[in-house]
Design a protein around this ligand. Structure first.
Ligand SMILES: Cc1ncc(COP(=O)(O)O)c(C=O)c1O
Length: 361
């Protein structure tokens, strides 16, 4: 008798490893491992979350009307082209399920959001993965791997864990080199942090073309990671496709209420963004002064590269930081790198002091 087994495509996938959350014996660690916001959400979002407790006996608003309207107002978008998900990762998964089949060619960049790769692998897709150059998405390398059969292409912009971005003309050049039958998904989880003039959040591309989608999240600058809520901006035909497979109540009432209040509090987000920009500058300058390479980031995290000749590396630095109660995120594939989230001033100061001591140790 044949034994029960999952599909081979699934068994080849490595399980997701979450950024470390706590340290043994440390009551209050400084958690900088998952690019969350140390500022937390807007007070208005917290109040809306508490108010949602009054209606816990009712199903959520399955049409997501209130949140879609609030997002549309804040970002000046068409609410009919917005769909919300249980984190942006759910929406990425639904899009892949809808558009990528067994054996289809998909085009990915070396880094980017690991779950995009996982979802494509789950479908049994053929993964074409372009190498990045100078820690940036290499549009030429991606286009060299594109062909008429490419069904799906995705990038994260800014990218994770590098924190770098490609500018508007590069983004459009990548899109222009893909066949019309290819869904181009631009994962903009960190878009709200970017202040560069030549950055493109892909909203214009969605409005212009039938094959472009952008995903956004409330997990990062909005400080609502725990509630699992994100959104996608899509051409109408793609919205219609997602509505066929989305579970009717995929976004819960507390998340919808908190996100609706959060997205309306634009002043709060502006303050968090300004703090991030200032902190990133200070951190990068200080660490470079210590002889650590800092990959130029536009997001709320930074990637450090240790020079092997100095005898310093990511795992030793992680152990050193952890001994000071700080939790960074080691890189999966190379011990030269370490990713750290930008935190509050006192958290960043603790990181800088620890890394200074580590470099002297
Ligand atoms: C590039 C990128 N995309 C998507 C996500 C997932 O975000 P969400 O919490 O909305 O599922 C993350 C989370 O770290 C990310 O780094």
């Amino acid at each position: 008798m044949a034994k029960l087994t999952a599909r081979a495509a699934i068994l080849n996938i490595a399980p997701y490893v979450q950024g470390k959350r706590t340290l043994n014996g440390v009551a209050k660690s400084i958690k900088l491992s998952s690019n969350e916001s140390s500022h937390g959400p807007s007070p208005a979002a917290v109040a809306a979350y508490h108010a949602a407790a009054a209606d816990l006996n009712r199903y959520p608003d399955g049409g997501q009307w209130g949140l879609r309207a609030a997002i549309a107002e804040t970002y000046d978008l068409d609410a009919d082209k917005i769909v919300c998900g249980n984190g942006s990762e759910e929406l990425i998964g639904l899009l892949v399920r809808a558009y990528v089949g067994n054996g289809d060619h998909v085009l990915l960049s070396q880094n980017g959001f690991i779950m995009s790769k996982t979802y494509c692998a789950t479908q049994g897709a053929r993964l074409n993965i372009a190498t990045e150059k100078n820690y940036r998405i290499d549009v030429d390398a991606m286009l060299a791997l594109a062909n008429d059969d490419t069904r799906f292409c995705t990038i994260a912009n800014p990218n994770n864990p590098t924190g770098t971005y490609i500018n508007s003309s590069e983004l459009r050049r990548l899109h222009a080199g893909l066949p019309e039958s290819c869904l181009f998904l631009v994962d903009n989880a960190y878009a709200e942090y970017v202040i560069a003039d030549d950055y493109d959040d892909a909203i214009g591309l969605v409005n212009e073309y039938d094959n472009v989608v952008t995903t956004r999240t409330f997990s990062k600058i909005y400080g609502l990671s725990a509630l699992r809520i994100g959104w996608a901006y899509c051409p109408q035909e793609i919205i219609d496709v997602i509505q066929r497979i989305r579970t009717p109540f995929n976004t819960n009432s507390a998340a919808l209420a908190a996100a609706t209040a959060a997205v309306r509090d634009t002043e709060y987000i502006k303050t968090v963004c300004e703090h991030n920009t200032k902190s990133l500058q200070h951190i990068s300058q200080t660490l470079r002064g210590l002889g650590i390479e800092v990959i130029p980031s536009v997001a709320n995290f930074y990637l450090l590269k240790f020079n092997e000749d100095t005898g310093r590396n990511g795992s030793d630095a992680t152990a050193f930081l952890q001994s000071r109660g700080i939790i960074p995120r080691p890189a999966n594939d190379s011990d030269q790198f370490l990713r750290i989230t930008v935190g509050l001033d006192e958290e960043n100061d603790a990181v800088l002091a620890a890394l200074s001591d580590y470099m002297k140790s």
